[in-house]
Design a binder for this molecule. Structure first.
Ligand code: HEC
Length: 197
């Protein structure tokens, strides 16, 4: 009897530690490297501008009447309000200090700079399909927009939705696509660039 009790307790402790690790283990980050197909300089920025427009980042990251990409647009949900963030290159209020690897991780895996889980109101599940080259190009373009010092507005979500670690549970239930390293549509993109469309 005593042995069974000890075994059950031990199992309980192992289970509790596993659950804690699952929810609170720091998120990993992978180094990013562009492929040889990635353009450089102003061609990279032009590619990024095209992709940023196609992905409609400005629609969500611009408040009504606000500065482009400075965030602050409210998304009202049944359990509170989420605000989009400042993705201008401002070093304090925006993403000026983010590394490319952190930016790629956010778009591919929905993880913020400090490793926090981002809400799927940010449609990273769709952006996970973008190649790493494409995401780096978007970053290159965003680095050229006007920096805006508008601070992010805190979300007002009810408990437990304000606990970001809860999102890990939801994330585990759906598999994110594995992004291609280079863009399968590179030739199409080169053609667009050549013809200046
Ligand atoms: C449908 C609306 C929507 C679209 C479209 C969208 N975002 Fe977002 N994005 C959000 C919201 C809302 C957040 C805040 C999520 C949170 O607080 O967890 C966010 C967060 C982010 C973050 C994390 C910023 C931070 O400070 O933690 C980055 C980076 C980002 N978005 C970049 C982009 C880029 C680049 C695009 C276009 C490719 C884009 N977003 C398109 C809504 C959107």
């Amino acid at each position: 009897m005593k042995r069974t009790l000890i075994a059950v307790c031990a199992l309980g402790v192992v289970a509790a530690i596993s659950v804690a690790c699952f929810f609170f283990w720091p998120a990993s980050i992978e180094a990013v490297q562009a492929t040889h197909a990635q353009p450089t300089g102003s061609a990279l920025v032009a590619k990024g501008e095209y992709l940023t427009k196609a992905a409609d980042c400005a629609a969500c990251h611009t408040a009504p009447g606000g500065e482009p990409f400075a965030g602050g647009r409210a998304f009202q949900l049944p359990f509170g309000t989420i605000y989009s963030t400042n993705i201008t290159p401002d070093r304090e209020a925006g993403i000026g200090q983010w590394s490319d690897a952190e930016f790629v991780r956010a778009l591919h895996r929905g993880i913020g700079r400090s490793g926090e889980d981002l809400y799927p109101a940010f449609p990273y599940t769709a952006y996970a399909l973008l190649s790493t080259d494409d995401v780096v190009a978007i970053r290159a373009y965003l680095s050229t927009v006007r920096p805006v010092s508008l601070r992010n507005t805190d979300n007002t979500l009810a408990f437990p939705f304000n606990q970001r670690y809860v999102l890990r549970g939801a994330r585990a239930l759906r598999r994110l696509p594995h992004p291609p390293q280079s863009d399968v549509r590179d030739e199409e993109w080169q053609e667009i660039r050549r013809s200046g469309r």
